[in-house]
Design a protein around this ligand. Sequence first.
Ligand code: AHN
Ligand code: ZN
Length: 331
Amino acid sequence: MKRYMISAFTAGLLLAVISCKTGNNSKVKDTAAEHVIVPEFNADSAYRHIQAQVDFGPRIPNTQAHVECGGYLANMLEKYGAKVTNQYADLLAFNGTILKARNIIGSYNPENKRRILLFAHWDTRPWSDNDPDKKNHHTPVLGANDGASGAGVLLEIARLIGGQAPALGIDIIFFDAEDYGAPRFYNGEHKEEYWCLGSQYWARNPHVAGYNARFGILLDMAGGKNATFYRELYSEKYAGSINRKVWGKAKELGYGAFFTDEKGAMITDDHLFVNKIARIPSIDIIPNMVDAERSSFGDFWHTVNDDMSGIDKNTLKAVGQTVLAVIYNEK
Ligand code: AHN
Ligand code: ZN
């Protein structure tokens, strides 16, 4: 009887220890469930996606290189597990040219109503009209940074989403015909609506009826050496809290030198039309230098020098990792 009581006592003690342990374990599990795992952005992979686009040559609407690069971007999104929608449209440029445009949309978890929109333009400018040498003004821009960088970073993000889905549905859009705005040497009207033709078209004709997203992030020229990202002013106006979220996350990750906590310029870009027409609060990550002498975006901008030598993997990493951390932390 005594022996039985002792073993009952031991068993009780053992149970207490076990339950105590289980208690601890479940506590650990709870915190683990709250802690999201953000994938590691691979800047080498993003760089290769930029190189691949540049290797097609300038991606000007109505050219063979443009058709081929569009195929590449759509194939990569598909390879990385996105549901791909191609939006083809004839868009009217400032000079009467009809542009055979193609917006390329990659959707993850399309049935999820809670969504984030990531976008970049993929076309390149037909004129280097900001080049210091006037004889280059009719030479197309190669667009390593102005065009390929944003799409390259987003393709790397697509690869990672394909491997590990975040809580929200994600749409990645490569907008066409962003950079066909009237050149400086054009004597006619210069309207802001001559820029961003692809995003204006999509905002009026979303790929899904009644499309909405919690917010949008545009990457434009987000891969250059010594890039500094100021909080762009249309972004502040339409989506100030998203600016704060992104700049805060960048600082937390140690990328505060790229994402300086200061206001920048007001820039007509794809996010303006996503804000105004589609009414999705959207920001622009763009290196807008407020007091720069010749160009507010850097010396490469709309010149014949926008090639791979201006691309910096450190910038790609800072931008890519920050955007990933933001989207994986949304619930
Ligand atoms: C203007 O220069 C008005 N907007 C700049 C938009 C742009 C051109 N982004 C890349 N290329
Ligand atoms: Zn441009």
